[in-house]
Design a protein around this ligand. Structure first.
Ligand code: CA
Length: 301
């Protein structure tokens, strides 16, 4: 129930009957529970499950650039409707913020952030009040504070060689940040692990890499994209075949790898970014100038 409805049910005079007090308490408890559940949900890492299927993409908007990244903050701190856009994969250092989808569609920005550096690829993510991105042509992930508009920290990616190994579409996409129920990840490729994908967890308090996984995927240069949901790393086979599959999954909780063979549609046949939003439980993607989302279904407990 939205807050505006709550006001109508609140007692307006001092002659409050015990029944209305009780009703108000019930409503307050219900509101508190809803809020708690939302906050709790993002931390509910033990109850989330594997992806069962990916639905057809839903097209929301179109953009001048053919490649880019768009997202909402999965923690909701930047606003549950706020959209952030990082257009293009090189030479850009301006992030656009839109109040909501309607404003995004008409191109009315609420704010623009001028980053201290340009970025590489389409792997930038917002996680709470911070934007994480790969500083162009470096092995650094920059943590940028969107509230103070200052660089907060620099996370060094040991073993990463810039612009050396990246997804099949190119675009210096060798460092792909991701968020799931467990926190912040970076999926990346370099010269090691036979040029296959690595996944690393990032401690967002200490601003360091905490775990590395050398995955038995196809080579990154043959891969469409990858993302993490519920501690499972999923790889999409192709970025430009209209019909493709998620052909690799690795559960970091159990160490089990499998081919889930989940059908995936690149509707506009140039999918430059795919990322999971654990708050909305959908995939966000930027497919040949279009900003799309994919609904997901998850396995039962
Ligand atoms: Ca991705």
């Amino acid at each position: 129930m939205p807050p505006s409805n709550l006001g109508r049910n609140e007692p307006r005079t001092t002659t409050v009957t015990p029944r209305s007090i009780c009703f108000t308490r019930l409503l307050m408890n219900s509101m508190t529970w809803t809020r708690q559940r939302k906050v709790f949900y993002i931390l509910e890492r033990d109850r989330c499950t594997n992806i069962k299927s990916v639905g057809n993409p839903v097209t929301h908007n179109a953009h001048y650039y053919g490649a880019g990244a768009w997202m909402k903050d999965p923690l909701g701190i930047m606003g549950t409707e706020t959209i952030l856009v990082m257009a293009n994969y090189e030479s850009n250092y301006v992030v656009e913020e839109f109040e909501n989808m309607d404003m995004f569609k008409v191109g009315v920005t609420r704010r623009k952030y001028t980053l201290p550096y340009t970025w590489d690829g389409t792997g930038g993510v917002v996680y709470g009040p911070y934007l994480y991105f790969n500083r162009a042509n470096t092995p650094y992930i920059v943590k940028y504070n969107l509230k103070t508009e200052q660089e907060e920290a620099r996370i060094s990616m040991s073993g990463y060689t810039a612009r050396n190994n990246y997804y099949a579409w190119g675009g210096y996409s060798g460092m792909d940040l991701a968020v799931d129920e467990q926190g912040l990840w970076v999926l990346w490729g370099s010269t090691g692990n036979s040029r296959r994908l690595y996944a690393s967890t990032i401690d967002v308090v200490r601003n360091v890499i905490t775990h590395n996984y050398a995955l038995n995927t196809e080579q990154m240069s043959s891969m469409g994209n990858a993302f993490v949901a519920c501690g499972v790393i999923y790889c999409i086979d192709s970025y430009n075949s209209r019909s493709t599959t998620i052909n690799f999954a690795y559960d970091t909780k159990t160490g089990i790898q499998w081919n889930p063979n989940i059908q995936f549609t690149n509707q506009y046949t140039y999918n430059s970014m795919v990322d999971y939003n654990p708050r909305e439980r959908v995939l966000y993607a930027w497919d040949r100038k279009r900003q799309v989302t994919y609904p997901l279904t998850f396995e039962e407990h």
